[in-house]
Design a protein around this ligand. Structure first.
Ligand code: ADP
Ligand code: MG
Length: 201
């Protein structure tokens, strides 16, 4: 049984009297634990599809089910990594990761959250930069922290919208490998991942 299913999903952006059909009649099934890439050129509707799955907007027609339940909004079962601006600029890397851990695990102590956040930062090779603020990090480092923060939510599904799109090809390749490694054997193990990109690699 697929974990995620889109059934005849359409979406129109409406602005006053104008309406723009961005997605039409999408059927898609994603199995539990599958890593799926959505590839297409700019403007084809990838981000629209992902934001529907994230529950940030609702389909104009059709429905999206996760484990047979309709998506009615964002939830702790889905973490998201965007292309940029995903970190809180006023918090250090460590605090950014601790925030997500404590959001979804209210009972955890500050010390435990800190330990867990340091583990996740180590997973993405960022433990030495834990006390730096986003503006003190390169684009690639920021996205590593963003991945650690998404993993901190410990959601069964990870949604990634061109997370490495703004990075140079060398760094992008490295982070793609890192993400796959985490997904295969590390922290991301057994998660369902939906990865939006326009990059064939
Ligand atoms: P992608 O992520 O594949 O580049 P998007 O999902 O962002 O594409 O956009 C799909 C289409 O919807 C594009 O033609 C875009 O211009 C249009 N679109 C996106 N956001 C809006 C909006 N807020 N209002 C109107 N049209 C939009
Ligand atoms: Mg997009």
């Amino acid at each position: 049984m697929p974990a995620i299913s889109f059934k005849n999903v359409s979406y129109s952006y409406v602005d006053g009297n104008e309406s723009f059909l961005a997605l039409e009649d999408i059927d898609l099934e994603i199995a539990d634990g599958e890593f799926v890439c959505l590839i297409g050129h700019s403007g084809c509707g990838k981000s629209t599809l992902l934001s529907l799955l994230a529950g940030l907007s609702m389909p104009t027609a059709g429905e999206i089910l996760i484990d047979d339940a309709p998506v009615s909004g964002p939830g702790p079962d889905r973490s998201i990594v965007f292309q940029s601006y995903s970190l809180f600029p006023w918090q250090t890397a460590l605090k950014n990761v601790m925030f997500s851990i404590r959001q979804t695990n209210k009972d955890i102590s500050k010390e435990q959250a800190k330990m867990r956040a340091m583990e996740l930062l180590a997973q993405v090779g960022m433990e030495d930069a834990a006390n730096r603020y986003p503006f003190q990090l390169s684009g690639g480092m920021r996205q590593r922290v963003a991945i650690a923060r998404a993993l901190g939510i410990d959601a069964p599904t990870m949604l990634l919208d061109e997370p490495f799109g703004a990075l140079d090809p060398l760094i992008r390749g490295k982070l793609q490998e890192l993400l796959l490694r985490l997904w295969n054997e590390g922290e991301g193990c057994c998660k369902t991942a939906v990865f939006v990109t326009h990059d064939i690699d």
